[in-house]
Design a protein around this ligand. Structure first.
Ligand SMILES: CC(C)(COP(=O)(O)OP(=O)(O)OC[C@H]1O[C@@H](n2cnc3c(N)ncnc32)[C@H](O)[C@@H]1OP(=O)(O)O)[C@@H](O)C(=O)NCCC(=O)NCCS
Length: 179
């Protein structure tokens, strides 16, 4: 855990097999329908369309801890966001924003020009983050989520805007006051 009130360093890197257990813990803590752990192994090892990335943070030269992850599927010129989560103690610091900005910039640099995702109708935190990037609601997938029959909003970003990504990536992180 990072100590509130002190600066910390985020680092974004490709997900490796050794990360899967921690990533899965974050998934289970973040979603009512988590992916099975083996899905992450599959995405890393067997799905050539998959781009799995983690964000880790370190403070005072301590061992970095994984704070979040994103999985995107690149299909032709589209990037489908399969999952993104930041572990609860690390939320609202700007980490979701930089993780998503980095992943979309990577997609853009590979020639991808649009992105889409599904998000629960009730998930206002995620929707607010996506709106900052320019994602807009393009449709509804009725009763998409099996646990409670909730609708998914289909959100699309078309085109991906690299100048906006750069701005969001460079916005300072929040260092919590600790009070
Ligand atoms: C969605 C999620 C990844 C955001 O990560 P985060 O690191 O907390 O987000 P950030 O601190 O980078 O915030 C980026 C923007 O998102 C929005 N946001 C994030 N959390 C919010 C909240 N609780 N309420 C309202 N807006 C919120 C804000 O617009 C924020 O910008 P601001 O700081 O300028 O106000 C995180 O809440 C999470 O992991 N949720 C559970 C998993 C999930 O729902 N994933 C999305 C599935 S579609």
């Amino acid at each position: 855990m990072i100590v509130p009130g002190k600066p910390f360093e985020p680092r974004i890197r490709p997900m490796e097999l050794k990360d899967v257990q921690r990533v899965w813990e974050i998934d289970v803590a973040s979603f009512s329908l988590p992916w099975p752990e083996r899905s992450y192994r599959f995405e890393i090892l067997e799905n050539p369309a998959s781009h799995c990335t983690i964000l880790e943070v370190s403070q005072d030269g301590q061992q970095p801890e994984i704070a979040g992850m994103i999985v995107m599927w690149f299909i032709l010129d589209e990037a489908h966001i399969g999952t993104i989560a930041i572990d609860k103690p690390y939320r609202r610091l700007g980490l979701g924003r930089i993780l998503l900005a980095d992943a979309l910039m990577d997609a853009y640099q590979k020639g991808i020009r649009m992105s889409f995702l599904e998000v629960r109708r009730s998930n206002q935190a995620a929707q607010a983050m996506y709106e900052q990037f320019g994602f807009q609601v393009a449709g509804v997938r009725n009763r998409y989520y099996k646990d409670n029959g909730e609708d998914a909003l289909l959100m699309t970003l078309n085109p991906i805007q690299p100048a906006r990504l750069k701005q969001l990536r460079e916005k300072p992180l929040i260092v919590e006051s600790g009070n």
